[in-house]
Design a protein around this ligand. Structure first.
Ligand code: ADP
Ligand code: MG
Length: 702
């Protein structure tokens, strides 16, 4: 059956068209005004929207509604209420009021608050975000909301993002007015997140405690084949994977999520999905939904979708590329260089603002992607290093260079691509090649931030980016506002000259994966924060607290609470991993080693009894080796348990940095050394002695 995709697209979304049809004209107008200009929403408008929403939701099979929010757990949260309202004659009607739409009061005491909300003050509020459309999922109307405490502190990832988008809009608009763009009234942040993931067979998954409890393998001998043949990237999709992707696309389309690109990734069993970009807030919500649906639909296909940043050792982990730009209310992309970027003052100002922002707040950029899972990627030979630098490409670098030393930047001729066969089309070549190793790369008309881990919300990086760029623009504004308006071009050049001198240290067009770059970055004085505890330590520095508080993105209390939550999350993640590893060793691997050693020994004994002259030296060596591994793993598991108990006993609210450091410096190395011993032993034990599937099976069975 051929499906009508345009009709399917957004069929479960309370979108603009439905609002226009269902709402009285004046109410619709008032709502549009709120959505576009962020003006306050009156109760009569809310009531009218609530009625229309309920009507539409019920028509489409919904019985419940939920305020959907993004607490600091990293996941989304929802509590469902039905629309039913009993009447006097014992019947029910389906009811939904403006009050219920705009505000919810979930009990907040069980969400992480980092000490912000004392437990006796359990009240939390959810507030409707009209800029992200409501939708239906599982017969429930989902209303995207922000989540805050009784006293108004943000307890979620949406509130600060919305704050940062507003600040950036304000600063960018101010700058554009100064540059003569009086037509612009607001500027939006656009985001397109490319999402990587792994698919493994569900039956195999269920046999591994590590995947179930931690999302990654904690031990495992590498398969004989990994990604070295480079045959998986963009390879033909296997039928089972293809079926999965089709269903995923359709379900996403129904929710108005513009899933666009899908392909196999570098590692075996690894794939990617990218949507068409949207405003940051909607893109963040959509990415959360995408991750949720990826898992849910995988289950229907007998698969499990792994979103962990490093599910398997020895092959690539999964990231998320955050494509980011700025768009005016008239639809101009402010990072579009145009045909002659050297003469495009507006572009140069915004480009320079991003460079300055990333240089001034490189530590915050790194912190915004910090987490136990992502630590396994950053700095490995697959993801950008933990050092934040910018790739600009040759042309833009040369333009900035020419501004810096007052030289003339000649017009670039576009060259025609010649592939050497007449039948092939000729097209113009991009002025710069791509760079795949930079953490923050200019890619034509947007920046691509590539340090994000696959599992995390894309909110944090965009909060940081928006705020830092807003700060840079506001500093530029202060410099430019005193300039003679007729000499603005000159003033901008002079300002960029000063800025590029100061910030060019963050620009690096070379290969970011080499040791030479690490050394060079150190010479340049760039931050290198390889682990989450080290990175988070910088979160609360005066410079960073000052940035966030000045722009009203976070209060000092909100920053410290987030700092604590993130550290605690890191420590707890490692503790769960350590406990899981302990269990796998004790309950899975050690009995297998022992059983196999016994089999080898008894078979050797019976061989020798049968034929006393036969040599059993190999069996003896094998049994000896296995027994050695058995002994050292038994001891290691005991040490691990002791260390876990020790850390857990000393953990309290006030020493999270210390606890996280201890997890990093003591727990992680112990786990890694146990993993090595375990993997060596595992490689000597036949598969049918192991109670869990090996890497070979996990990576090549779908
Ligand atoms: P790549 O070669 O890196 O895959 P694409 O052009 O396919 O590049 O874009 C990748 C992502 O960037 C997509 O999600 C796309 O929608 C997004 N994107 C494109 N333009 C913008 C923009 N102006 N702002 C934000 N994201 C964008
Ligand atoms: Mg990309």
């Amino acid at each position: 059956m051929v499906k009508d995709i345009p009709a399917l697209y957004g069929s479960l979304v309370f979108n603009d068209k439905i609002m226009r049809n269902k709402l009285p004209k004046d109410m619709y107008k008032a709502l549009r005004k709120t959505i576009q200009n962020g003006t306050h929403l009156e109760l009569d408008v809310a009531n009218s929207v609530a009625v229309a929403m309920k009507e539409w939701a019920v028509e489409n099979g919904a019985t419940h509604y939920t305020h959907w929010f993004q607490p600091m757990t990293g996941f989304t949260a929802e509590k469902h209420d039905s629309f039913i309202s009993p009447t006097e004659n014992g019947e029910v009607i389906m009811d939904f009021s403006g009050k219920e739409l705009v505000k919810g009061e979930p009990d907040a005491s069980s969400f992480p608050s980092g000490g912000l909300r004392a437990t006796f003050e359990a009240r939390g509020y959810t507030a409707w975000d009209p800029t992200s459309p409501a939708f239906i999922k599982d017969r429930t109307l989902y209303i995207p909301t922000a989540f805050c405490s009784y006293s108004g502190e943000a307890l979620d990832k949406k509130t600060p993002l919305l704050r940062s988008m507003e600040v950036l809009s304000k600063e960018a608009t101010k700058m554009l007015h100064l540059l003569g763009r009086e037509d612009v009234t607001s500027v939006n942040t656009t985001v397109g997140p490319e999402q990587e993931y792994f698919l493994v067979d569900k039956e195999l998954y269920k046999q591994r405690r590590d995947l179930i409890f931690t999302g990654r393998t904690l031990l495992g001998a590498p398969a004989p084949k990994g990604q070295e043949m480079e045959d998986h990237y963009f390879g033909a999709l296997k039928p089972r994977v293809s079926e999965y992707m089709h269903e995923l696309d359709e379900e996403l389309w129904k929710l108005g999520i513009p899933a666009k690109t899908k392909h196999n990734e570098v590692a075996p069993a690894q794939h990617e999905l990218a949507p068409v970009f949207d405003t940051a807030n909607v893109a963040v919500d959509h990415n959360q939904l995408t991750m949720e649906l990826m898992k849910k639909i995988a289950d229907k296909h007998g698969l499990v979708c792994l979103l962990h940043e490093k599910p398997f050792e020895g092959i690539n982990g999964s990231g998320k590329h955050n494509n980011w730009s700025l768009i005016t209310n008239n639809g101009d992309n402010l990072l579009n260089p145009g045909k002659t970027p050297a003469e495009n003052i507006q572009f140069l100002v915004f480009l320079m603002a991003v460079i300055k922002a990333v240089d001034d707040y490189a530590d915050l950029m790194r912190i915004s992607v910090a987490g136990a899972g992502n630590d396994h990627r950053l700095g490995g030979n697959e993801a950008p290093p933990a050092i934040v630098s910018i790739f600009l490409g040759d042309e833009l670098t040369a333009i900035l260079q020419s501004i810096e030393d007052d030289s003339y930047f000649g017009k670039q001729e576009s060259t025609l691509m010649d592939i050497g066969a007449l039948v092939l089309p000729h097209f113009t070549k991009d002025t710069t090649d791509r760079n795949r190793t930079s953490p923050f790369a200019f890619t034509g008309n947007k920046f691509e931030f590539r340090m994000l881990g696959s599992a995390a919300s894309v909110s944090n990086p965009n909060i940081v980016l928006n705020t830092a760029v807003a700060e840079a623009l506001s500093q530029f504004y202060e410099e430019l506002k005193v300039a003679d308006p007729t000499q603005m071009e000159h003033a901008v050049h002079e300002m960029i000259k000063r800025a590029i001198r100061k910030h060019k240290k963050v620009i690096f067009n070379g290969n970011g994966y080499t040791d030479a770059w690490v050394a060079e970055a150190k010479r340049r004085g760039l931050f290198n924060l390889p682990s989450t505890p080290e990175a988070l330590h910088e979160f609360i520095s005066d410079k960073n607290v000052d940035l966030f508080t000045r722009h009203h993105i976070f209060t000092k209390g909100e920053i410290f609470s987030r700092y604590e939550i993130l550290l605690e999350n890191y420590a707890k993640t490692l503790l769960i991993e350590a406990k899981t590893l302990g269990e796998m060793l004790t309950k899975d691997l050690l009995p297998s080693i022992s059983a196999y050693a016994c089999t080898v020994a008894s078979e050797a004994a019976s061989k020798q009894a049968f034929l006393p002259t036969i040599s059993t030296e190999s069996e003896k060596r094998l049994v000896l080796g296995l027994s050695g591994a058995y002994e050292s793993l038994t001891k290691g598991a005991a040490d691990l348990n002791a260390l876990v108990s020790d850390i857990e006993a000393s953990m309290c609210e006030d020493n999270m940095q210390e606890i996280a450091n201890k997890c990093l410096k003591e727990l992680l190395p112990l786990m890694e050394s146990l993993r090595e011993t375990a993997s060596n032993a595992e490689a000597r034990v036949p598969d049918d002695y192991l109670p869990y599937p090996t890497y070979d099976q996990l990576l090549f069975s779908v």
